[in-house]
Design a binder for this molecule. Structure first.
Ligand code: SAM
Length: 272
């Protein structure tokens, strides 16, 4: 269903939604841009979508216009009246929950198979991403479409042997295939944030057999905790890791950032 909605600037003004810095509120007002973000997961007709941080509801409406059934969690109760108005236009397809996305049980709220779409404050987004990548596999979500600071997005998709490659890259890439779907300049947001942003889309990958996620976490923490040091020094933090690396034929004079995701997977499997 397509609708001719009131401009978001007016909705924000009418509800007195001055942007809160503490809640990381940088709103996107351009309906065409919001429709392009809502299209990133693919067709949402009849699909479940879990949206985090709907704010005044711009992206929420774009998701509803794309035919999705949306469950949205918003922490700022000032936004609820604007979202309530949206619910009048889509009475059967929108559920709004007031709450902190870091504390809710998404699986219960959104249900298995939901696509996650969120334009969130960066620190909340990274915490949620790491949580969603570390749970049981296959995960409860079908895909993740998340906004990050551009620098964080670049770290997520970075290949080994690059400055941006690190724990976040391995955490994302050993269980999913992340790609940067869109880059946004600061001026796409009101108010403009300090840095540019990017939307990253993740599809879950098959989990490599025999790898314990907790072991992978400890291994990458040890390896990248001292990223300028050779593995023979940094891996001492993790009993058995150095021996396992040598048994695999990995030169322990290498540094963590030269190890590919596949090598991390092999090492984590040997230690699991
Ligand atoms: N989705 C809107 C858009 O694209 O214009 C708003 C995006 S704004 C960057 C982030 C939104 O997340 C705000 O509405 C903020 O109140 C909300 N938020 C911040 N922390 C949250 C949390 N822990 N749980 C749920 N919502 C949160």
């Amino acid at each position: 269903m397509s609708s001719s909605p009131e401009p978001l600037r007016e909705i924000i003004a009418r509800h007195g939604l001055s942007a809160s810095k503490a809640l990381g509120q940088n709103f996107i007002l351009d309906r065409q841009l919001l429709a392009r973000i809502a299209a990133i997961p693919g067709s949402l007709e009849g699909q479940k979508v879990y949206e985090v941080g709907p704010g005044p509801g711009g992206l929420t409406r774009a998701l509803l216009d794309a035919g999705a059934n949306v469950v949205a969690v918003e922490r700022d109760r000032r936004c609820l009246p604007a979202l309530d108005e949206l619910r009048r236009d889509f009475p059967t397809r929108l559920t709004v929950i007031e709450g902190d996305a870091l504390k809710v049980d998404e699986r219960e709220i959104a249900g298995a198979g939901a696509h996650v779409v969120a334009n969130l404050p960066y620190n909340v987004g990274t915490a949620l991403l790491l949580d969603w990548l570390s749970g049981e596999w296959p995960p409860w979500w079908s895909s993740l479409t998340l906004m990050f600071q551009q620098e964080v997005a670049d770290r997520i998709v970075a290949a080994s042997d690059s400055d941006a490659y690190g724990r976040l890259s391995v955490a994302a890439q050993w269980r999913s295939t992340p790609r940067i779907a869109m880059r946004l300049s600061r001026s796409a947001f009101v108010p403009p944030p300090k840095v540019a942003s990017a939307v990253v889309h993740f599809e879950p990958a098959d989990q490599p057999p025999g790898v314990d996620p907790k072991v992978m976490k400890r291994l990458t923490e040890a390896a990248f905790g001292q990223r300028r040091k050779m593995l023979r020094s940094s891996l001492k933090q993790f009993p058995g890791a150095l021996d396992a690396a040598e048994a695999m034929g990995i030169d322990v004079r290498r540094r963590a950032e030269t190890l590919t995701v596949a090598e991390f997977v092999e090492l984590a499997r040997a230690l699991s």
